[in-house]
Write a protein of this length. Sequence first.
Length: 208
Amino acid sequence: MNNESERDEAQEDAPEAEKITQPSTMNAADKFREQVQSTQEPVEDYEPEEELWNGGYSAKAMVGTWILLGILSVATLILPFFVAFLAFLTVPISLGVIVVIWLVGAVVYGVRRFGVHYELTSQRFIHQTGILTRDTDRIEVIDIDDVSFTQGPVQRLLGVGRITITSSDRSHPLLHMIGIADVKNVAGVIDDVRRKERRRRSLHIEAI
């Protein structure tokens, strides 16, 4: 009788032990899942990349060069009549020199105008060079440390100039963008995107 009563008590206690241990196991699993989810990057933090600006060498940046070439052309035609040691420059020779000067200017313009292209997105700055073959380099906007621009007297009148980008990128730690139209606003856009991306990344790190 005693043995039977002990077995009955053991059977009654067994379910209660299972009931006590089972909730603790489920709670541990739930806590583990919560920890895993908390370490994962939230989906809503993702921002699609969008294009903010694209451009290259502006034709207005060559205005000063065209004026200089015009002055040289006139001087090549006139000076031989007034300067003795330039007397060898006859009219046909002078015209040939003028043609060469303008051809050089046209080649320089073509290389600058069609050989370089820039694109700014919300996350990257893309720099493309080349005419027949094209090389493409990318700089993360968060790696851009400083943005500045310079203008000469004629460039200020035309609104063009040179933008200098300083970054921690190994391929282009110092990038000069010459002949950029609306240079002040373009430099401002690049700087604004750089600062915005850095603030966004720092807030995301603090949130984690």
